[in-house]
Design a protein. Structure first.
Length: 130
């Protein structure tokens, strides 16, 4: 069975992997803290990502065409599952942020309305004042 992704899909996966790789120092932090289970898990995760980039995605800009994935299935399964979970967590976080932004926008709109209404009332009262 051939597994293929588009250039856009490759770029999205590649960007997420690069973003995740900023945490590679967490392996050292886990070792320093004596948390060898965490160090082992993180090491495996980063190895999977490095394998996916080295074998299929390549470094830097993609070729612009579709890419056939040839990374071993067990590595692909782990990496894709993890990156799917990360994307779902980001989506949930962004959904919360959008709700908060919408609430802030509604509050701001209400504040603008009340300011305009009160300034209009003040302007009217100043015109009728003796």
């Amino acid at each position: 069975m051939t597994l293929e992704i588009s250039a856009r899909q490759r770029d999205l996966l590649y960007e997420q992997i690069l973003d995740r790789m900023t945490g590679v120092g967490d392996i050292w932090l886990a070792v320093a803290a004596g948390d060898f289970d965490a160090a082992e898990r993180l090491g495996r995760e980063f190895c999977d990502d490095f394998a996916l980039i080295s074998t299929d995605l390549g470094w830097g800009e993609g070729s612009g065409g579709a890419i056939e994935l040839t990374t071993p299935p067990d590595i692909l399964r782990r990496a894709l599952s993890r990156h799917c979970d990360l994307a779902l967590m980001r989506e949930a976080r962004e959904k919360t942020e959008r709700r908060e932004l919408n609430a802030a926008k509604e509050d701001n709109d209400l504040l603008v309305q009340v300011c305009h209404r009160l300034m209009t009332a003040l302007a009217r009262s100043e015109r009728v004042a003796p």
